[in-house]
Design a protein. Structure first.
Length: 696
């Protein structure tokens, strides 16, 4: 359906949700006389089917919020106070250019400048195109974007070969669905609707999550391992599958590599040992193995909650072995999915132009930005933040805050709102919402390319990322032709045109129709006959490439750094494992400032099991302090058996400025990194919880 207009000025525009969610919904935006009046899901888009989550269903609250940043502003008060005065775009651009030129000409050079961005907008243009070109050409430090998914992706690709898997639309025909490390109702709604349909047709649903989430409560069985023990559970399942003769030996022999070595390692993990480490009944380990070995088609939906600890990459490796062991890949409605992003032939080189990089700039890990702002050599002297809110979302936030508060650090923030990070900006620049700019989208949860057409003019003086960095490049005197590419030019080059998955690609047609499925078989079963995108072409239980990089050739059980098993001295002081999964009405820190969603979340909460609450004299509604050696934050207790014994759960991420005492859950999380992918370890964390007189 093309955008439509009627004589009264009403039209419907095709769009796409930009947020960090696997669903990447197709939107229909109704506009009357230049103002968007409704946003709804496209009913003809197979993944969306006309339904949006509660957050995006109220997207106009975000677009037309009275709190939008609409003009460039310069700081006039102390850092952290969020006090600004309005300036012109000319002054803002001139200020940035002058400072960047000064730093680039200094003895320490342009590496003292750092871009900091992530997935506040996941469109291929606004996420990473003109911005990357600009910082590459400048010679700035490179950013290792690790804060969410790199551990899981590294583990998955070590076994499967790429970020690819089953088509989740096929889950309607699955007979067993295992949801591992995901609260799909909150973070993968359209997969969940298909799982519910399968359930109505007789499928068995199993959730694996330390928290009895909304999703887990609606499954036939909930397995609640301690955080960071998923690899042990997977190995216990492998042991039982092999012991009971439930392995598909024909599939294993034809299409896998390293079975004997994997079986030897699984022999070390009888279900009793796995159950003891996970602190779950051994019967649950046995039953999960029996289900996977006897029910077909069997699907595993893996998500990123299970990889945010010291052994996160290997946990995903272990789970990724299971579908091949039981031959689940044979069926279209079987197999597993972590991410479908590798199905898209994205031309990153064309988008980002790494050939523009001058010299050999260093790489800074975004997950350790707190340390980097204090200890980097040469020092970081300027940071440009967009598509992210590190003061709220980065671990060990006390260090992050002290870093951003440095008077000698030049901070630029490009955002829609005065975020926690924006309060430390020297320059705060207005960004467009998704309704105000052009973009093209891949997905990590389905197989459709989507266009986002701008439905309204930018509000105030807001600019999209592409236009901002286009203007900065011109002001810096960067004369390479790529800096004059229009957004349409970039979108046309976003995918490798010679790849058969994008055969017949026509950007104008996708803009008109809103979406197009990749050129893959309708009944897509990617590994029914092997053909894994690994070096061997097989599912690699044993990986020579990971071994060559210094890792174990086989998946292994790496327990959290902070747990009673690995650090009993620390656990004596801080006995509760701590996780901070997404609050249902927030998406990372997006939407977390909008009044309707803040009201629905009812303030920061801590879910704690009655067995842990009673000895601490904590009752529901009490103010509590969650603390460890890194910091502390306040919340209201909710005593519930939804949290398993030994685990405290804080639905997140709240903005610090909207939290009691000005601290959020990342006051207690650590900057330590994962085994693979050098990712953040948010769920590798021990705390104590004490009752307070009030939530300050």
């Amino acid at each position: 359906m093309a955008p439509d207009a009627d004589p009264g000025g009403r039209r419907v525009v095709r769009g796409a949700c930009p947020h960090d969610c696997p669903d990447t919904c197709a939107l229909l935006v109704t506009v009357e006389h230049g103002r968007a009046v409704s946003v709804r899901g496209a009913p003809d888009h197979p993944p969306t089917q006309g339904t949006l989550c509660t957050k995006v269903g109220r997207y106009l609250d975000r677009t037309y919020s009275p709190d939008r940043v609409l003009h460039p502003m310069r700081r006039v008060g102390p850092k952290g106070r969020g006090e600004f005065t309005r300036i012109s775009w000319d002054e803002a651009i001139a200020t940035i250019v002058a400072r960047f030129r000064e730093l680039a000409a200094s003895p320490e050079g342009p590496q003292t400048i750092l871009p900091y961005s992530y997935a506040g907008n996941m469109g291929l243009l606004q996420y990473g195109s003109m911005d990357r070109r600009f910082f590459h050409r400048l010679g700035a430090s490179l950013l290792d974007r690790t804060i969410c998914a790199t551990a899981g992706k590294a583990g998955w690709t070590g076994v499967v070969g790429a970020a690819v898997g089953m088509d989740v639309e096929a889950c309607v025909d699955s007979r067993l669905i295992v949801i591992w490390g995901s609260n799909a109702i909150a973070s993968n709604l359209h997969f969940w609707t298909r799982a519910q349909e399968a359930k109505r047709h007789g499928a068995r649903l199993v959730a694996i999550d330390p928290l009895r989430s909304d999703t887990a409560a609606k499954c036939h069985e909930h397995i609640a391992p301690m955080p960071g023990t998923d690899a042990a559970l997977a190995f216990g399942v492998m042991h039982a599958l092999i012991r009971d003769g439930l392995v598909d030996r024909d599939y294993v022999e034809r299409h896998t590599l390293g079975y004997d070595a994997l079986a030897a390692r699984a022999a070390e993990w009888p279900p009793e040992r796995a159950a003891a480490v996970c602190r779950v009944p051994v019967a649950q380990v046995e039953r999960l193995a029996r289900d996977l070995g006897t029910i077909r088609p069997a699907a595993i939906r893996v998500n990123y909650g299970m990889q945010r600890h010291a052994g996160g990459g290997n946990a995903v490796r272990a789970v990724a072995c299971l579908p091949a062991l039981v031959g689940a890949w044979r069926d279209r409605a079987g197999g597993a999915l972590l991410s479908s992003s590798g199905s898209y032939p994205v031309d990153s080189a064309a988008l980002e132009r790494p050939d523009l990089i001058r010299g050999a700039p260093r790489t800074v890990n975004m997950s350790t930005i707190g340390d980097a702002l204090h200890d980097a050599d040469p020092p970081i002297r300027a940071i440009f933040v967009y598509n992210s809110n590190p003061v709220a979302v980065a671990p060990e936030s006390a260090k992050v805050v002290r870093g951003f508060a440095r008077e000698d650090l030049f901070v630029v923030v490009h955002d829609l709102f005065r975020t926690d990070t924006a309060d430390y900006a020297d320059l705060l620049l207005p960004a467009t919402s998704q309704l105000e700019h052009l973009d093209v989208h891949s997905s990590y949860g389905h197989l459709h390319v989507q266009a986002n057409n701008p439905s309204i003019a930018p509000l105030g003086e807001a600019l999209p990322n592409t236009e901002l960095f286009r203007r900065l490049a011109a002001a810096m005197g960067f004369d390479e032709p790529c800096f004059r590419d229009s957004d349409d030019d970039i979108a046309r080059a976003a995918f490798r045109a010679d790849d058969p998955r994008i055969a017949g690609w026509d950007w104008e047609a996708v803009k008109r129709d809103g979406f197009r499925r990749l050129s893959l078989p309708e009944r897509h079963a990617p590994f029914a006959h092997g053909g894994f995108p690994t070096p061997s072409g097989k599912c690699e239980f044993e990986s020579a490439s990971l071994a060559a990089a210094g890792h174990d050739a086989l998946p292994s059980v790496i327990l959290p750094r902070e747990s009673p098993d690995t650090n009993p001295a620390l656990a004596a002081r801080y006995p509760l494992a701590f996780i901070s999964p997404p609050a249902r009405n927030f998406l990372n820190s997006s939407f977390a400032n909008l009044p309707a969603f803040v009201a629905e979340e009812r303030g920061p909460r801590l879910l704690i099991h009655p067995d842990d609450a009673a000895p601490r004299a904590i009752a529901s509604g009490d103010a509590v302090r969650i603390h460890n050696d890194r910091g502390a934050f306040g919340a209201t207790a909710e005593v519930t058996d939804r949290a398993r014994p030994g685990v405290a759960v804080a639905p997140s991420v709240w903005w610090r400025k909207l939290s009691p005492g000005g601290e959020n859950a990342n006051a207690v999380t650590a900057q330590a990194l994962t085994d693979l992918g050098r990712a953040a370890t948010f769920y590798d964390c021990l705390v104590e919880v004490t009752r307070m007189e009030s939530v300050r």
